[in-house]
Each structure stands twice: as C-alpha cells, then as structure tokens.
Design a protein around this ligand. Sequence first.
Ligand code: HPA
Length: 277
Amino acid sequence: MAHSHDAAGAVIRDRLNGDVPTVTMVLGSGLGAVADLIEDPTVIDYADLPGFPRPTVSGHAGRIVSGNLASAPVMILQGRAHAYEGHAMADLALPARALRSAGVETLVLTNAAGGLREDLMPGRLMLITDHINWSGMSPLIGPNNDAIGPRFLDMSAAYDPDLRAALQRSADKAGIDLAEGVYLWVPGPNFETPAEIRAFRILGADAVGMSTVPEMLAARHCGLRVAAVSGITNLAAGMVEGAALDHAHTLVQSGALAGDMGRLLAGFLAELGAVGS
Ligand code: HPA
C-alpha cells in the first residue's frame, strides 16, 4: 500500500541520489545554527516532502540539510512542527516514518527545555534518559499499521543505552558537563504554572518542554534507534523569584548553547564511527 511517508522518503532518497545518511538529527527551538556546520549541504524544503508538517513558529526553519558534520555524513531536520500549532497528532508521526522509509536508522532529537533542578541552569545540556508524557496524547492513537510497527509499543529502554553512552563519551572529550534526566512533555503552548512545576518535580521530572515525545514515539514505533538532548534555556516557572518566561528568551538562550550542542553532536558522530555502528 502506498503511504505518504513512503512518498516523502522517496523524495529524500532521490534528492540525495540514494546516498542517505543513517543518522538524522532534529534541531529544536533556536538550535538551527547547528545546521550551518554542515559541509557540502544538500537542502530539501519540507514543502517538497508530501505530508511533512510545516513549522509555523519562529526559530524553526522547516528544511532538511544533509551533508557532513566534522567529516561524518548526517541529515539534519532544521525545525519541527509541534502539537500546539494545531497539527493533528497522527501527522507528527510522518517525519520519523519518512526517514525510516528513506533508510535512516538512528534519530537524535534536540529541544529547548526548562530545568526543574537547581543544577539545570540556562546553558546546560541534559541527556534525556526517559520521559513522562503529560499530554494524554500520542501520534500512535488510531488504527495501527502492523507493517510499520506494533500496536502496543514497548517503552522500557526507549532512549538507546548505547547512543546515550556515545553522547556521554562525546561530552567528556569536548569538556561539556552533560547532565542526565527525565523530560516531561507538556503540549503547551502556554508555559507551566509554578504549581504544575512543583507537581512535575514530585512526579520525577527534571526538565519540561513542548516537543520531542511525539516524534520519539513515532520513531520507536517504526524501529528507529533514538537519543535525545535538551538544551536548558531557563529554570522552570516559579523557580526564579519575579521571573517571567517568554519565547524570545528561549531563542536567545538556545542560540547561546547551540555551539555546545554542535560540538556534542559532531563528537557523537565520531564516536558512532569509532564503534562501527
Ligand atoms: N517550559 C516548557 N517549554 C520550554 C520551557 C519551559 O520552561 N523552556 C523552553 N521550552
């Protein structure tokens, strides 16, 4: 049966002349500059990919940049669509499935997030070890296509331990103090209340944000290996006396940590090459 994710995957394959990098990275809010590090880029607009949800918020370009990062082949999704933009949840599953159809094996998701621990200060990177889905939603709700993945998806080791270890080795070598923690997904678009943040801390969350989990669910469902890294842009609501949160601040702070994110990801690709994945 023909699916639009297969059609989008075929466009990606064609545009890259069949030479599709096995590792893809999704850049979160304000992290788009990481794509500027790509050598010999081939650019594919999401507009050319059937069914690809298009980002509408600032800080999200909406294109694929494929090429080499520190000599390793990689494909970068510069910008993502979010549930709060009004996209149907099921549509948020399409990019991961299109990538899988194009031949991608590993997906690294990045995002901007608020920190719930005092040591998760703005500018710090946090490796996501696990997540809490605080939305009641999933892109997997609806009829299941068994050819793509199972009806009931196991999530026990959803964030790949080997990829996490490679990211920690990369951080060590780059002198980046990579924290670890649990990411809690809120659908947004409003920021959280201080009471919600206190509740989320009791639930076991370390960082909070409005993305990543939908793509991660779709990616695991279709058999991609997944890792994810948050760039902490602020302490969460209520943690700093008198502070208010806004998107402009998120973009400035994530822009400031894009350099570290780029070095972490470039080193990660080198680590993968080193272990022959
Ligand atoms: N909450 C939700 N999403 C975010 C935050 C936050 O504090 N910071 C960046 N993205």
